[in-house]
Design a protein around this ligand. Structure first.
Ligand code: C2E
Ligand code: CA
Ligand code: CA
Length: 355
């Protein structure tokens, strides 16, 4: 079903998706607010059970009555694809920005194969330091240097690929790049590690442990040098299975880091059972950290809890010397942020870290 809005009466009308002619458009039925309200408590009964249905609506407001029904349907469908499965939103409206966004997503998806093959997508390394400020490792963050569109930050392409599943190709590519770098550093800069990101999607598509183990074997590197960053959203589904996977990583010699801790559903309770070695504390706690704010109290508690559980803490997004000092005093062990350096190309990182 498509919902369209009559421009003159501002009422909403339903068009059966099979409708092929504008003359079949029925009379307006509801206004948008009542549709949204209806959707929250929608039940059907089969005589025995009552079923609660979760209904999502994509809405296209028809401004030009001469537009073809198939175009209306396409646009309502585009709006529909933006609704996430988070039970928060049931109704989404089409606008022209959305069309641009979807077309961009389609375009970069068709460009991805070439981008990976031609190394247009490559790791930038952001230094990670210890409490003395010494560089002890780096996080590999994807950057796309496109011959036509120029420099693309991950915010422009990672969410698109997260959504359509192509992130698994980007991640595989990034893990391989990180392994190559570690292999080149072997025997010269053996003390440095590289952390790589693992998307929740990777867990659905293949055996991540087997894949990454095969890579470290191929490049003959010690697994302890390649750190595995997962986000807490990974634990939202199949928590037990996922814990077993993380456990397997650790038993295979990798260090597992929980990324963006505190940004979402962080369950302190879950943490006690989580097979992780490092807690990467989300940078949002730092926004108010200077000067003994509530954020400082939370940060101190997280550091203490991590310490008690035998988990090292790393704070991301450290931007000032004061933050660095405060965090060190709280017991934070590792640091990452613009105060030290932004993510940079490999050659620059090597000059920065090995000077
Ligand atoms: P993330 O994993 O949380 O990475 C940290 C982000 O914070 C990076 O943004 C980094 O540049 C930024 N950052 C570091 N220090 C500071 C600071 O002091 N202040 C501020 N304001 N920001 C800082 P970036 O590189 O844009 O990456 C954004 C996100 O994209 C990453 O967040 C990660 O979730 C995702 N991402 C990047 N590369 C990959 C990848 O290869 N695979 C996957 N799955 N995700 C990736
Ligand atoms: Ca990360
Ligand atoms: Ca992070």
């Amino acid at each position: 079903m498509i919902w369209t809005r009559n421009a003159s009466t501002a009422d909403w009308a339903a068009i059966p998706s099979a409708c092929s002619s504008r003359s079949l458009i029925p009379k307006p039925l509801f206004d948008a607010d009542s549709i949204a309200a209806e959707l929250v408590n929608f039940t059907v009964t089969d005589g025995v059970f009552t079923h609660h249905l979760l209904i999502h609506l994509g809405v296209y407001e028809v401004k030009d009555p001469t537009i073809d029904v198939s175009v209306m349907f396409d646009r309502a469908h585009m709006a529909l694809t933006t609704i996430k499965d988070d039970y928060k939103t049931h109704i989404a409206y089409y606008d022209s920005n959305l069309r641009e966004k979807i077309l961009w997503g389609q375009k970069i998806t068709t460009m991805l194969d070439d981008a990976l093959r031609e190394m247009q997508i490559r790791p930038y390394l952001q230094p990670i330091t210890d409490a003395t400020g010494k560089v002890v490792g780096a996080e590999a963050l994807a950057r796309w240097i496109h011959p036509e569109h120029g420099f693309l930050s991950p915010g422009v392409f990672i969410p698109v690929f997260e959504k359509n599943g192509m992130i698994v190709e980007v991640d595989r590519h990034m893990w391989r790049c990180a392994c190559k770098i570690l292999a080149d550093w072997k025997g010269v800069h053996d003390d440095l590690f590289i952390s790589v990101n693992i998307s929740p999607k990777d867990f659905y598509f293949f055996d991540v442990v087997a894949e990454i183990k095969a890579l470290v074997q191929e490049y003959q590197i010690d697994p302890i040098k390649l750190r595995i960053e997962i986000t807490e959203t990974v634990m939202m589904n199949d928590a037990e299975d996922r814990m077993a996977i993380l456990d397997e990583f650790r038993r295979s010699g990798f260090i597992v880091e929980m990324d963006d801790f505190g940004s979402g559903y962080s369950s302190l309770n879950l943490l006690k059972d989580m097979p992780v070695d490092v807690l990467k504390v989300d940078m949002k706690f730092l926004s108010g950290s200077e000067g003994g704010s509530k954020s400082n109290t939370i940060l101190r508690s997280i550091m203490q809890l991590a310490e008690d559980l035998g988990i090292a803490s790393l704070t991301e997004g450290v931007e000032t010397e004061q933050q660095f000092r405060d965090l060190s005093a709280m017991g934070c062990r590792l640091f990452q942020g613009y105060y030290f350096a932004k993510p940079m190309p490999l050659e620059e990182f090597e000059q920065f870290a090995f000077k």
